[in-house]
Design a protein around this ligand. Structure first.
Ligand SMILES: Cc1ncc(COP(=O)(O)O)c(C=O)c1O
Length: 408
């Protein structure tokens, strides 16, 4: 007889997944059962500092009390209506999110990939109805090494063969240019261009921060060529880099901002397309939708997230502790780290390949009680909750130093 889940060990639970769970992930061998703040605890009661924070979905830490309270309050009242009816939480969420981002209108969705898909649809419709691109000729310019999600259309313009192979035929209408290259972007844009879609910092590519002036350059170029600037802030946004949005480091306001991950407070999936009125106004009833998008529970949690960000506290913490992170990593360069890129509480760290792959370093860190995730090759990414304390951050950096100096 199979033992009840609560008595199973980590090893039992990992083995139990094997025959019944699709193998589309390769998780670290840790089975989390509880979490609070920057800490998670496995089924055997071992504690780990979470330096990944759900790829930024946990910017406010695990189970932030104000977010949990907002969710509980809403759970006791109303959870789902569908958009067939109005609900009494959605207007406030949309108003405050639009205000937070400096834009006008909100299209609520659920996951990040859905927000990206929705942004692409809206941009195409804008191109036909407002810009006057001939039917079915609209193009969208994207960057190499991008990561925008996993749907069929999104992997159509990925340059990661693992994400694409076996999933064709692909959606046409995308042009790929090198990231951080304004001349290449200029050459790719023409009268058919509906939008330029980029990450202000490429997260999955290894936290690649573009040169100063790139985002402002994209803004100027898209304005001059009458096409939309769509900033995918799903991972970079909502406080992570020290600003509400990463584009704000260059005082840029895109036409469309895609948000997700942290917008759901680590509780429910919440995403949104936030845009200028002229852009989102192209959608009319029946043309786009989602059963769960804008549900009252999501709106209540999303509003509580916006409230946290309105205080500016998390952006400040990301800036201040981002300095501690940067200084700590600078001290490791030449001592197991060959280079790193960081902005706010977000870093991509290239470990000396002689010391192991990113995966191997992540496993060693796990044994030291610190959870991180590799990206490609020997690069690991650090993205702790913005609630992490300086002491916790220094302790994680100490563990990194330890595993790098001790080597394999
Ligand atoms: C920049 C960016 N866009 C989109 C996505 C897709 O989000 P989701 O996994 O919620 O579909 C991600 C996820 O990592 C992301 O980093």
């Amino acid at each position: 007889m199979t033992a009840p889940a609560r008595t199973r060990t980590s090893g039992d639970l990992i083995r139990a997944e094997e025959p019944v769970l699709a193998h589309n992930y390769h998780p670290l061998p840790v089975v989390v059962a509880h979490a609070e703040g920057a800490w998670v605890e496995d089924v055997e009661g071992r504690r780990y500092l979470d330096m990944l924070a759900g790829y930024s979905a946990l910017n406010f830490g695990h189970r932030h009390p104000l977010l949990i309270e907002a969710a509980h309050r809403q759970l006791d009242r109303l959870t789902l209506t569908s958009r067939a009816f109005h609900n009494d939480r959605l207007a406030e969420f949309a108003e405050r999110l639009a205000e937070l981002t400096g834009l006008d209108m909100v299209l609520p969705m659920n996951t990040g990939a859905e927000a990206v898909e929705s942004g692409i649809k809206v941009a195409r419709k804008w191109a036909y109805e407002v810009k006057g691109v001939p039917a079915d000729r609209a193009t969208i310019v994207v960057a190499a090494e991008n990561f925008h999600g996993r749907t069929t259309t999104i992997v159509s313009f990925s340059t990661d063969e693992t994400a694409r192979t076996g999933f064709g035929p692909f959606t046409p209408g995308f042009r790929i240019v090198p990231y951080n290259d304004l001349a290449a972007l200029e050459a790719a844009v023409d009268g058919t261009t509906a939008a330029v879609l980029i990450e202000p910092i490429q997260g999955e590519a290894g936290v690649v921060v573009p040169d100063d002036g790139y985002l402002a350059g994209v803004r100027e170029l898209t304005r001059r060529n009458n096409c939309l600037f769509i900033a995918d802030e799903i991972q970079s946004g909502l406080g992570r880099t020290g600003r509400t949005l990463a584009v704000q480091h260059e005082d840029v306001v895109p036409d469309v901002v895609l948000l997700g991950k942290a917008l759901g407070g680590g509780i429910v999936p919440v995403s949104a397309v936030v845009a200028r009125r002229e852009v989102l106004s192209v959608l009319r009833p029946g043309e786009h939708g989602s059963t769960f998008g804008g549900n009252p529970l999501a709106a209540a949690v999303g509003t509580a997230v916006v409230e946290l960000l309105e205080t500016g506290e998390f952006q400040r913490r990301a800036t201040e502790l981002g300095g501690v992170l940067r200084d700590g990593l600078t001290g490791l360069v030449g001592h197991g780290v060959v280079g790193f890129r960081s902005r706010g509480l977000w870093a991509g760290v290239d470990v000396d390949p002689a010391l192991g792959t990113g995966r191997e370093v992540s496993e060693r860190l796990m044994r030291e009680g610190v959870l991180v995730k590799d990206t490609h090759g020997s690069t690991i990414r650090l993205a702790p909750p913005l609630t992490v304390t300086e002491e916790e951050l220094r302790s994680a950096l100490g563990s990194l130093q330890k595993v790098l100096t001790r080597g394999a």
